[in-house]
Design a protein around this ligand. Structure first.
Ligand SMILES: [Fe+2]
Ligand SMILES: [Fe+2]
Length: 198
């Protein structure tokens, strides 16, 4: 981290251009370590026991491996790897968290698929829990409806097989570095942060 600059302001309204340039320098360094922080967050899903056949970390690796073996593009593979990362802090809307993390770096389609995958996954279990397994139908007019169905069916609901040969996390790290290294412009990032996709 940049230790050279001593901020001399106490409220943003009194800060100067030089002050904010120092902030931007710091952000560039901080953001460059994003992948390392995401890896730590992903590893928090590696729980000793869950009622699933695989824990969510192993599930994430298998999800990404299934996308890889299916010939999916790199952003879809990384999206599969991270699609449940929001479970750590947002168990009731974890798709939104993963989608928000990915948003500046991926297509609208991938963002939408990750954001809505929880509803689409409900097709496989809602009816056992007193819910509507067809809840996903409310999105049937979305251009990404079929993509989300496909993602859930081929990369998510089936990624709990202990016999499946999943790739280790290390295999996916270069893909993550490429994807999250794509966006280097602060202003571009700020633009992408505008909520253009619902
Ligand atoms: Fe999920
Ligand atoms: Fe999942």
């Amino acid at each position: 981290m940049n230790q050279k600059y001593n901020a001399g302001w106490t409220a943003m309204e009194n800060a100067t251009q030089a002050d904010f340039e120092a902030v931007i320098d710091f952000e560039a360094e901080y953001n460059a370590a994003l992948v390392d922080r995401l890896l730590l967050q992903l590893k928090q899903l590696d729980e000793p026991w869950t009622p699933y056949p695989l824990n969510r970390y192993q599930h994430s690796l298998q999800s990404a491996t299934r996308a890889l073996n299916d010939g999916a593009d790199e952003e879809t593979i990384v999206a599969a790897l991270l699609h449940d990362i929001g479970d750590v802090t947002a168990p009731y809307n974890h798709g939104e968290v993963a989608a928000a993390i990915l948003k500046p770096y991926v297509s609208e389609k991938t963002y939408w698929v990750v954001k809505h995958h929880c509803v689409f996954q409900g097709y496989y279990y809602n009816h056992y829990l007193g819910g509507d397994r067809n809840a996903r139908e409310r999105y049937k007019d979305s251009p990404y409806y079929e993509d989300c169905k496909y993602f859930c069916h081929h990369y998510d609901q089936n990624a709990f097989d202990p016999e499946y040969a999943s790739k280790p996390l290390e295999f996916f790290i270069p893909m993550m570095r490429r994807l999250f290294g794509k966006n280097e412009g602060h202003m571009e990032l700020a633009e992408r942060a505008d909520d253009k996709v619902s």
